[in-house]
Design a protein around this ligand. Structure first.
Ligand code: GYE
Length: 370
C-alpha cells in the first residue's frame, strides 16, 4: 500500500482512533513477578495474529515493511526474526521485506536505502551499532517513511518514531547486584571477573558492560579482562580458550553477555578442566535467557541468566496501528524481563533502588520460553 492511499486511510481512521484511543503499551523495565514469569508472552502484549477493525490491512492492500535485521548470530536473534515474520505476515495484512544484514553495518545502511528506493510504508531497523545513523534516518524522513527502531538503540539521532526494546544497562546492573548478593550469601570475598562482551559498538554490549562495571567499581571487584565474543557461540569459545590460558587459576566469575557466548565458554572451560556453575569454582552469568540458556540454569551450569525479551513484534505492530490511525505512538516501549537463577537462596535484589524478584527456573518456565 502506498503512502498516498495511507494518508487517505489515516483521515478515515482518525475518527476510529479518537474512539478507541491509540497509545502503545508501555512496559516497566524489569519488575518481574511470579505470574509474569509463568506467562509465555509479555504481560499485556497486544494480539499478534489478528488485525483489528482499524488494522493496517483494513483498506484491503498489504502494508509494506522493510526490516533490516542485525543477522543470525544467536538464539535471541532467531526468536526476534521469527517474532517479526509471524506478526508481519501476509495473512495479517503485511508484505515484509526482510534483510539479514549479517552483522555488517554497511550492509544494513544499504538495506535501509533499498527500502527507501522501494518506497515501503514503514522501515524497521535493529541497529547493529548505535552510531552513524543520522544521515540515513534523515533520508527516510525526507522520503516520508516512518522508521521504527527495535531492540538496540541509536545514540546519534532521534529521527525515528518509536523504539521498542530492553534496558540493557538495567540488565547489567541486575547482574552486578545479583553477584554482590550471591557472593555475600556464599561468603566469597574475592571477586575476579572475566567478561565476554557482545559485538563491539552494539548498544546491548555498551549497556550491559556499563551496568555491570558500575557495580564492580562500587564493590571493588577486579575485572581481569573484557573482550568481544561477538554474541556468538564460536566467539565465546575462542575468547574463553584464551582466557583459560592467560588467567589460569586467577578468576572465579565469568560474565557472558549472551547465552550463545556462554555455551561456547562452557565448552572452553570443560576442555581446560575448569569447573563452573553452582557446584563449580567459577560463577557463570549470562544474558538473554533463551530456552537453551534456561536449561543450563536449571541444570546448574549457568548460575544466573538475565532475560532479554526478543518478542517485540506485537508491540511494533501496535506502533504501526497507532500511526495508521493518525495517532502518536510512545517514543520508547520497554519489554518486560525476568532474572533467572538456579538456587533458592535469594528471593530478590535491589536494582536502581527498586526491589526486583529472582525467579528459580522450573521446567514450566523453560517450556514457555522462546
Ligand atoms: O542479547 C544477543 C543478540 O541485541 C539484545 O543481540 C540483542 C542481543 C542479544 O545477538 O543474543
Amino acid at each position: 500500500m502506498k503512502r498516498k492511499i495511507a494518508s487517505i486511510l489515516i483521515c478515515v481512521a482518525m475518527v476510529a482512533a479518537m474512539v478507541v484511543g491509540c497509545g502503545s503499551k508501555e512496559e516497566p523495565a524489569a519488575a518481574p513477578t511470579e505470574q509474569e514469569a509463568e506467562a509465555d508472552t509479555p504481560a499485556d502484549a497486544p494480539e499478534a495474529d489478528a488485525p483489528e477493525a482499524d488494522a493496517p490491512a483494513a483498506g484491503g492492500e498489504l502494508i509494506t515493511i522493510g526490516f533490516a535485521q542485525v543477522g543470525h548470530e544467536s538464539d535471541w536473534r532467531t526468536a526476534s526474526t521469527k517474532s517479526c515474520q509471524d506478526v508481519f505476515s501476509e495473512a495479517n495484512g503485511y508484505d515484509l521485506q526482510f534483510v539479514d544484514c549479517d552483522n555488517d553495518s554497511a550492509e544494513q545502511l544499504n538495506a535501509v536505502r533499498t527500502f527507501i528506493e522501494q518506497d515501503v510504508d514503514y522501515i524497521i531497523i535493529d541497529p547493529i551499532v548505535s552510531t552513524g545513523w543520522d544521515t540515513v534516518l534523515s533520508e527516510c524522513e525526507s522520503a516520508g517513511i516512518p522508521v521504527i527502531i527495535i531492540d538496540r538503540t541509536i545514540d546519534d539521532s532521534d529521527k525515528y518514531v518509536s523504539w521498542v526494546g530492553s534496558n540493557f544497562k538495567t540488565e547489567g546492573l541486575a547482574a552486578g547486584e545479583w553477584l554482590k548478593a550471591y557472593t555475600e550469601a556464599k561468603n566469597i570475598s574475592e571477586v575476579n571477573v572475566l567478561v565476554i562482551e557482545g559485538s563491539t559498538g552494539a548498544s546491548a554490549t555498551i549497556g550491559r558492560t556499563e551496568g555491570f562495571k558500575e557495580i564492580a567499581d562500587r564493590e571493588g571487584w577486579t575485572i581481569l579482562d573484557s573482550q568481544s565474543g561477538d554474541f556468538t557461540q564460536e566467539g565465546g569459545q575462542k575468547v574463553m580458550e584464551s582466557y583459560c590460558k592467560s588467567y589460569e587459576g586467577k578468576f572465579n566469575v565469568v560474565v557472558c553477555q549472551n547465552d550463545n557466548e556462554a555455551f561456547g565458554a562452557m565448552d572452553a572451560m570443560k576442555a581446560a578442566s575448569v569447573s563452573y556453575g553452582v557446584n563449580g569454582d567459577v560463577i557463570l552469568i549470562s544474558f538473554d535467557a533463551c530456552t537453551a540458556g534456561l536449561e543450563f540454569v536449571m541444570s546448574g551450569d549457568i548460575n544466573a541468566d538475565f532475560e532479554c525479551n526478543p518478542l517485540a513484534a506485537p508491540f511494533v505492530e501496535d506502533v504501526i496501528k497507532t500511526l495508521q490511525s493518525g495517532g502518536t505512538p510512545e517514543k520508547e516501549v520497554y519489554m518486560v524481563e525476568h532474572w533467572y537463577v538456579n538456587e533458592d537462596i535469594l528471593s530478590s535484589i535491589e536494582v536502581n533502588g527498586e526491589s526486583q524478584e529472582l525467579t528459580v527456573v522450573t521446567q514450566d518456565i523453560i517450556d514457555a520460553q522462546y
